[in-house]
Design a protein around this ligand. Structure first.
Ligand SMILES: C[S@@+](CC[C@H](N)C(=O)[O-])C[C@H]1O[C@@H](n2cnc3c(N)ncnc32)[C@H](O)[C@@H]1O
Length: 202
């Protein structure tokens, strides 16, 4: 598989541990013909975990935002090659569009995994929009939530609040994701520590 994993020195790398959590979440809602959505697939590493579960039960993974613009670039080619080599190309369906474009054309999914644009202005629209598309009994989940906003000190929360469109260097967290989840779910969602995968069941 070509170049599927991030170089290890960047903060938002999807890890094997994240993949194990994602597999368990996907298996917990799996049934024949299951529908998964992954927002933000890049070269397909996280997609491969969802794809394996879907493949085992005749399901499908829709993948908006492998790239989110119409210019077919290296990333898209690499994604397609990877899915083919993993024998997931009939299960994983890439969609070249943004998350916000995709959410309008979906009806329902058993599980939606969000790992696209983590800036507050974007994730604060993605989470409520995709939540409405999750079936009763399904799961909304995503990547890069390091901790609950309410677990940080007042000073740390101030740092998060001024870094909403970025990685917050003081708290080493994805500020937009942490803040949005607090605003929408309070503490009523799960972070699968030590991974940074978060989930909310419906
Ligand atoms: C952090 S990477 C995803 C990593 C991937 N889940 C993995 O495990 O390798 C972010 C991805 O989100 C996509 N993206 C960025 N903005 C987006 C948007 N507005 N809508 C959909 N996808 C977006 C990028 O094209 C990129 O593929």
């Amino acid at each position: 598989v070509k170049d599927i994993i991030y170089t290890l020195d960047i903060q938002e790398a999807f890890t094997v541990r994240d993949g194990q959590v994602l597999t368990k979440l996907a298996e917990s809602v799996a049934h024949e013909g299951v529908i998964f959505v992954e927002v933000g697939s890049w070269k397909g590493y996280s997609t491969s975990f969802l794809g394996e579960v879907a493949k085992n039960c005749g399901g499908v993974v829709y993948a908006p935002g492998v790239i989110h613009h119409a210019l077919v670039d290296d990333c898209f080619q690499i994604f397609c090659t990877n899915m083919k080599e993993l024998r997931l190309n009939k299960v994983v369906l890439p969609m070249i569009m943004t998350s916000q474009q995709a959410v309008r054309i979906f009806e329902q999914a058993d599980l939606v995994f969000i790992d696209g644009d983590h800036r507050y202005e974007s994730i604060s629209k993605d989470i409520p929009a995709w939540w409405t598309k999750v079936k009763e009994g399904g799961i909304l989940c995503g990547h890069d939530c390091e901790n609950y906003y309410s677990s940080y000190t007042e000073k740390e929360r101030e740092a998060i609040d001024i870094n909403l469109d970025d990685f917050c260097p003081q708290t080493r967290c994805h500020a937009g994701v942490v803040k949005t989840l607090d605003e929408i779910f309070g503490r009523q969602y799960q972070i699968h520590i030590p991974s940074t995968v978060w989930s909310k069941s419906k």
